[in-house]
Design a protein around this ligand. Structure first.
Ligand code: 5MM
Length: 338
């Protein structure tokens, strides 16, 4: 039987000490795509070497409270036979697991997607709990264009996210709920704000209907941003204002915390924007607000590593630097020049 106090305590630990959550849960397809772009062999062995570089990064634990893993990584070890889970535990980094199984087209709704993975999830959760995993992640994807998203797509994804979150909590696992409104497209920031607000409203309605314990969950949202191809790219002040205004309207104060995805922003912009939100609104926000970036932490390190053992130390330095920069942003102390 789940224990709400344990879930709440775990969510608090994930959000504590001004740290953030490292997303290193790229599925094989996504990881291969990023490797291919840099000429890195797309094999399990290279994915193991890459994840080894990440989990053995010195001082990573100073900025990172939890790491979201992909199932393959759970079973991998370092060159000298230490399990990655053991290494994370030694560093006091809480291990989490991506449990969604990716997106497929939403039937009868061209251009929209639904996330799969509910079948058998209760059993998988029990196994993950026994392996020592204490939090999980599920990503839903919402596309914007002139006619999208539809109400049906938002409702279907919200229902599915809430089912996932309830199954997690029943198994004693803290759910990270990730409804990502994509940056792809030429839409304005105002449109992103309206869509993000609709999506979050629907997601929290579904979480309420399915009796999810809000204190024992973490929201992983997009920032409110203009589309990548929008001619008007808003400044950091405006983005910080719009993002926090949107959340204040629809995100309950009770939740364990908010941890942003980076969604294709450059690493520097993602940090600057988080920093501005903390600087301007840190004192009035009802929830802890941090980062759960993948690309905005990993990409510079991946570009240095390039699959070559002799680059590991430099790549780790870049990774620790990005992680530390984001911790500084959470403290409103980020200096892009450093
Ligand atoms: C949006 O993606 C999540 C956050 O990453 P960014 O900070 O790079 O936007 C990320 O956790 C994502 O869910 C995982 O990488 C898994 O993605 P796939 O596409 O492999 O399921």
């Amino acid at each position: 039987m789940m224990n709400n106090q344990e879930l709440k305590h775990l969510a608090e630990r994930l959000m504590s000490n001004n740290k953030g959550i490292l997303a290193m849960d790229e599925s094989t397809g996504t990881c291969d795509k990023r490797f291919k772009a840099l000429g890195i062999p797309q094999t399990e062995e290279y994915r193991r070497k890459y994840r080894q570089m990440i989990v053995t990064t010195p001082q990573l634990e100073e900025s990172i409270s939890g790491a979201i893993l992909f199932d393959e990584t759970l079973h991998q070890q370092t060159d000298d036979g230490q399990s990655f889970l053991t290494i994370l535990k030694q560093k006091d980094i809480i291990a989490g697991i991506k449990v969604d199984q990716g997106t497929i087209p939403l039937s009868f709704f061209p251009g929209e997607t639904i996330t799969e993975g509910l079948d058998g999830l209760t059993n998988r959760m029990t196994n993950y709990y026994q392996m020592g995993l204490r939090f999980a992640k599920w990503r839903a994807v919402i596309h914007i264009d002139s006619a999208l998203p539809t109400k049906t797509c938002i409702a279907a994804n919200a229902y599915t996210l809430a089912r996932y979150a309830a199954i997690c909590q029943e198994a004693g696992i803290v759910p990270i709920v990730e409804p990502e409104v994509l940056m792809d497209g030429s839409h304005t920031m105002e449109r992103c704000a309206a869509v993000t607000q609709d999506v979050l409203k629907e997601v929290f309605n579904a979480l309420y209907e399915q009796k999810v314990f809000l204190e024992g969950m973490i929201l992983k949202p997009n920032m409110v941003l203009p589309g990548l191809a929008c001619p008007e790219q808003n400044d950091t002040e405006t983005i910080a204002y719009e993002t926090i205004s949107c959340f204040l309207k629809v995100v309950p104060a009770a939740i364990g915390g908010i941890a942003f995805l980076s969604g294709g922003q450059s690493p520097l912009l993602a940090s600057e924007r988080l920093n501005m939100m903390q600087l301007r609104y840190g004192s009035i926000m009802p929830w802890p607000l941090t980062f759960s970036f993948s690309r905005a932490i990993q990409q510079p390190a991946l570009e240095i590593w390039k699959g070559d053992d002799k680059n590991v130390a430099a790549a780790q330095e870049a990774l620790a630097h990005r992680a530390a920069g984001n911790r500084a942003a959470r403290l409103a102390e980020y200096n892009p020049a450093s």
